[in-house]
Design a protein around this ligand. Sequence first.
Ligand code: 5AD
Ligand code: SF4
Length: 466
Amino acid sequence: MSVKTITAEELKEQEIYARKVRSVTHTYFEKPVAYVHTYGCQQNVSDGEKIKGMLEKMGYGFTDEIEKAALILFNTCAVRENAVDRVFGNVGALKRLKKKNPDIVIAICGCMVQQEETARKIKNTFPFVDIIFGTHVLHKFPELLCRHLFEGGRILEIPDCDGVIAENISVKRESDFKASVPIMYGCNNFCTYCVVPLVRGRERSRNAEDIISEVRELVDNGYKDILLLGQNVNSYGKGTEVDFPELLSRLDRLEGEFKIEFMTSHPRDCTERLIDVIADSEKICHHLHLPVQCGSDRILKLMNRHYDKAHYLGLVDYARKRIPGLNLTTDIIVGFPGETREDFDQTLELMRNVCFDSAFTFIYSPRLGTKAAEMEDPVSAEEKGKWFRELLEVQGECGSKSYQKYVGRTVKVLCDGKGRTSEEYFTGKSRENIIVDFNGAEKDIGTFVNVRITEAKAWALIGEKV
Ligand code: 5AD
Ligand code: SF4
């Protein structure tokens, strides 16, 4: 597909709208503050940082107290039903605030509203929501807010302008040393359960030079943890000179002390070459998040995953040989339509064989417009719940065993801040991307520290600074 990059003129236009907004918000509120809440994945978190960047340009500060906000924005997720239900509940609760102060602006954006039916449902159910806009028009937020403030009325903007890449939107980063960098948008895989291709559009990769210069600038500005984002990073730049392994090795060669993480990988496109690049790198995390989804070849086929169990196990073998101490994590869906007890037993068997360091487990949730939502689904919710608990149990056994391998080793940790469990401890993540709590100090925050691991818990490692 042809990819359209938003032009400098189009972005200039948005800056003009932003200035116009800035000129009026101060007349309603002395110091307008916005409450922005993001649901869902890292891609959404990254969009949330762009939204905040745009709001900052429009003169808004930020608050965590919703009652004080002049503008409330929910950046939504559609990947599973419980995320959608939560948004409906939380939006409903805003009625009271709008009644108290009709001048506040309420906006809803993100994956959920990129689906026309859901957007209309929000519009009809919640007449107090002022602006609803889809993922493909994120960069137009200043224009939409400006139109609402100057012309009044409600705005619903979900054009199907798939294939757009907007460079140079200002970003308000949440951290001074951790930054996420989207490298591609959308997905072409059409896994039959997944709504993402329907709400994020077709796959499009950013220009490698744009990514490399963004990362270089971040590192020059003191960022030490760079998270590369994409729904399926392994298909980045497919068929071009700079594919994903090449992009990673170019980034690895940049000067500076920093680490590079990435998510998410698809087992179909994950190659031995990619694993070699990680193994031979200096800065790329020894962490592979490789969602297997299921251990039954029959169900993998129905899921349209384009690999089988044998291929997956081959990749795991190769990765563990090439990268000793690899942190291997996965996603699993339980109760896909038509999944039988025999299929589920194969998932349990795979979990026991591979023994993932950690796994994100989900009960299948039918999504509007996906192929799986049309399939027969005879297994009851109770039965699926039972399978889900069995899965958690098996993963619990594996997870607590797997961290033991780090005890006695010294790992390099990027210190994040104070620990959650104890006042004396500081916390951070190792090059394997595992949480490490240790006897740090305030001055360690945002720096790399060597820590000798003394104990393994199910959720983290504990250690002493060396
Ligand atoms: N139901 C349950 N889990 C899902 N995921 C994606 N779509 C669905 C769905 N309809 C899970 C997959 C994916 C992760 C991000 O969310 O495991 O890898
Ligand atoms: Fe969804 Fe599959 Fe694309 Fe991941 S690879 S976003 S699960 S369609």
